[in-house]
Write a new protein. Structure first.
Length: 96
């Protein structure tokens, strides 16, 4: 109904959110919504080996409290199109 209503995106997304929270929802339904809306919910980004190596090098710099090197590597990762997400004990990279 909401999709036929000039693709009322906010209502469609609210409906999709309700569906996702149901226990018996079919993955096929989510895939269909994903395809129609182009959300890419089910795609996983594969992080290139080069980025992973830079992340490991940065993690080591952080462990050694070499924050200048850590910042330099974070900026290099960013220049390559990835963002570093830090927490207290770990970090991860995601495509920007």
């Amino acid at each position: 109904e909401y999709i036929n209503d000039d693709l009322n995106t906010p209502k469609v997304l609210a409906y999709l959110w309700d569906l996702v929270n149901e226990e018996n929802i079919s993955k096929n339904i989510i895939e269909k919504f994903d395809s129609i809306l182009g959300l890419k919910l089910l795609e996983q980004d594969i992080i290139p080996e080069e980025i992973l190596k830079l992340k490991e090098e940065r993690d080591l710099a952080r462990t050694n409290k070499d924050f200048a090197k850590s910042d330099e590597l974070r900026d290099k990762i960013k220049d390559l199109g990835y963002q570093v997400l830090d927490s207290t004990d770990t970090s991860e990279v995601v495509k920007m």
